[in-house]
Design a binder for this molecule. Structure first.
Ligand code: PMP
Length: 413
């Protein structure tokens, strides 16, 4: 396996050192193959909102597995999960299950292009929508530019129709629409950015995107792969009260098994095969095990759980802010509910450029100090920390104590 991993950030390239190899997870805790235990703030990069091995998720998987692991045909579990999603997010009138967030984004933009008869897609700098060729683009700084491929092996032709604007800069989006509005099929956005650390939308940003897309006949796609069922029972669309045309889901709706989904307006979704001409398919799509784990997860997400996630997120925020302030470190903490990131910078972090002003070398040292003290944060300064329902107050206090000690040590080196 390249670098010994199956997904690049896991290799610890951003923080140095060798990855730890994990043996098991339970609640908020992870245990590695050497028997070390860590309080986990990666939570499998978001899906494990209930923590590891929630009993209802495990028994749903066990029960379902006894009935067969895959049928490649319709089954009741799909209807139950779809109903739950549609009830929570009524702007999703129809949906299609896929196997990853990447597939959800890829399929949503294909549909948007077909439905509008336009080719261009506008995305934001520092937003990630999976490793789809046409979305693997980074912007130049400043105003939008034609996207250049971010990865080797992506021909320029694949990203020629990908436009990139800085996140949270509505004026840049307006400028692009004023020049090319007639050829833009859709704007795809993480309504709370989670892939450059946590960057919440500025007041008016999402509203502005809604208004601009509507005015120019383009679609608005919310990539809620992280935020769906995480930041509120109805995701970021519900939290900020914006109605997107299409939504991408993943992570939480699979409860830790591989899953994704895209959905939205009925008139759009009716264009997906076999009802319509937009081809999209999958051997394992709607996999019974994944949907059972997802359904068991969603059924446990009561309003009390969301209140607790908010309270625990706030508790961790307060502790971390006190710790870096008392260490004399200039830092910014961004948080939306149970998603948070600390940026080691004196700038307010509202876009990719300010996110990259974080002191990544300091984070690398801090990361290893935290690992030594039994805390597993994301192995990159520019990723989100996730709190789960399984984290308890004493684990959060332990985390804050470890953070303070690790930060003091990291500052000395
Ligand atoms: N969209 C967002 C917002 C994501 O954070 C991710 C993955 N981190 C994806 C899409 C891609 O999902 P997957 O890794 O399941 O393909």
């Amino acid at each position: 396996m390249p670098a010994g991993v199956n997904s690049p950030v896991r290799a610890f390239g951003a923080v140095g050192g060798d990855p730890i190899y994990l043996a098991r997870g339970e609640g908020a805790l992870l245990t590695d193959v050497d028997g070390n235990t860590y309080i986990d703030y990666v939570c499998s990069w978001g899906p494990l909102i209930l923590g590891h091995c929630h009993p209802d998720v495990i028994s749903a998987v066990e029960r379902t597995a006894r009935l067969g692991t895959s049928y490649g045909a319709p089954h009741e579990g799909e209807i139950q999960l779809a109903r739950t999603i549609v009830q929570a997010m009524p702007w999703i009138q129809m949906l299609r299950c896929v196997n990853s967030g990447t597939e959800a984004g890829m399929s949503a933009i294909r549909l948007a292009r077909a439905a509008t008869g336009r080719d261009k897609i506008l995305k934001f700098e520092g937003n990630y929508h999976g490793h789809v060729d046409s979305l693997l683009v980074r912007a130049g700084s400043g105003l939008a530019t034609f996207g250049l491929p971010d990865s080797a092996g992506v021909p320029e032709a694949m990203t020629r129709d990908s436009l990139v604007a800085p996140y949270n800069h509505l004026d840049a989006v307006e400028e692009i629409f004023s020049q090319q509005g007639e050829s833009i099929a859709a704007v795809i956005v993480e309504p709370v950015a989670g892939n450059m650390g946590v960057v919440p939308p500025r007041a008016g940003f999402l509203e502005g995107l809604r208004e601009l897309t509507k005015r120019h006949g383009a679609l608005l796609i919310f990539d809620e792969v992280i935020t769906g069922f995480r930041v509120s029972p109805s995701g970021a669309a519900g939290l900020y009260e914006i109605t997107p045309d299409l939504v991408c889901l993943g992570k939480t709706i699979g409860g830790g098994l591989p899953v994704g989904a895209y959905g939205g307006r009925r008139d759009l979704m009716e264009q997906v095969a076999p009802l319509g001409p937009v081809y999209q398919a999958g051997t394992l799509s709607g996999n019974p095990l994944a949907l059972a784990a997802g359904l068991a997860t969603l059924e446990n997400l009561t309003s009390e759980v969301y209140q607790e996630l908010e309270r625990k997120g706030a508790l961790l925020e307060q502790g971390l802010v006190e710790a870096f302030t008392s260490c004399g470190v200039k830092a910014q903490l961004n948080r939306v509910g149970s998603m948070l990131s600390v940026f080691y910078t004196d700038q307010r972090v509202e876009d990719n450029e300010t996110a990259f002003s974080t002191d990544r070398a300091l984070y690398g040292r801090l990361f290893h100090g935290l690992l030594q003290r039994g805390v597993y944060p994301p192995p990159s300064a520019l990723e989100t920390w996730f709190v789960s329902a399984a984290h308890d107050d004493s684990q959060i206090e332990q985390t804050v104590t470890a953070f303070k000690a690790a930060l003091e040590e990291a500052l000395k080196n």
